[in-house]
Design a binder for this molecule. Sequence first.
Ligand SMILES: [Ca+2]
Ligand SMILES: [Ca+2]
Ligand SMILES: [Ca+2]
Ligand SMILES: [Ca+2]
Length: 390
Amino acid sequence: MIINLYTNQMQLKLTFKLMALLGAILFISSCSDDDEEEMVPMSFANSDYQSAYEFTLGDTLVINQEIQNIPLNTSFSWVMGETVIATTKNVEYILGEAGTFAIEFNAKADNDSLFRAYQLTVNDPYELYFRPKTESSSEYISEIIEYKPAPGQFINDAYGTMEAAAKIVGGKSDLLSLGAWGGYVVFTFDHTIENQEDAKDFVVYGNAMNGLSEPGIVQVSFDGNGNGLPDDAWYELAGSAHDAETTLLDYATTYTNPGEHADVPWVDNRDTSGSVLVSSYHAQNYYPLFIEEQEEVTFSGTKVSPTINSNGFVSIDALEWGYVDNFDAEYSTYGGNALEIDWAVDADGNVVDLKGIDFVKVYSGVQENAGWLGEVSTEIKGASDLSMIN
Ligand SMILES: [Ca+2]
Ligand SMILES: [Ca+2]
Ligand SMILES: [Ca+2]
Ligand SMILES: [Ca+2]
């Protein structure tokens, strides 16, 4: 009996030990299951990816990575050539240098990592599309791309027709009126006008005289996509009055066709209205009858306000510099206004770096009825590449 009792106790102890061991094994095995779940390596959601990119200088490179199972404390890096351009999962980077570059993306965790390589080509549009002048290049305008004057006393008449616009090609002896504020002409040359360093670059000829300035505002554009069309970014040459208190930026005015010889009503985007007043000296409808918009037309840009003196004889003072048909200090030297491409600013007023320009837009910068002078309206007689006339 004693032996039996002893044996039973032994069996009981053995059973407890086995159960404890089993429990431990179960515990360990369940723990190792959890570990395996956390150890699933990170991976790209997409196995195929675009590895080669082509951009234009100034574009923004954007690549978004989709990655699964990213462990905590994972660090990311994008290296372009030798330069770290981002330390985030996705990259957004403005390309400021032309050339061909290798890009490496790395994701690194304690016991895991991912890698991808890319090839990037950044094109300089000036290298691709700059049209240098040659022996046979003309210094003058080669083509009128668009002529859309605002209403004015010369519009639909001698100086305000499509025929008049065509005449300022190739010379500087004919006159083209742009009408009241906003009316414009867009032209090009047979080569790119180079931005000469520390020197003005092109001249626009007008009919300004002392006391008779009608400032026109100039915008420029480079054919950055090389298609020969002015569908690229435009930049305004910020003349001396660009930041003046009396200057209105983001200005717009809509003119309505009166359908006859009558004052042409307008309303601007500041809820001001007025009219381009007709005179008996010009008996035609002042509204441009050859443009597409025959009900009403809207122009937009900057409005400047030169001083108009009306003590007896009306006269209009020149703005200091940077405008067309404007009798500034240099006007007599050039017989027109010499302009600097470095004056170009973007819509936020930031200076832009242009190596050359293909397209020029000139628009009337003033909205005033100046007594016997009629509406203040910019006239131009042509334009030339200043580097070819010195
Ligand atoms: Ca220059
Ligand atoms: Ca273009
Ligand atoms: Ca005029
Ligand atoms: Ca004039």
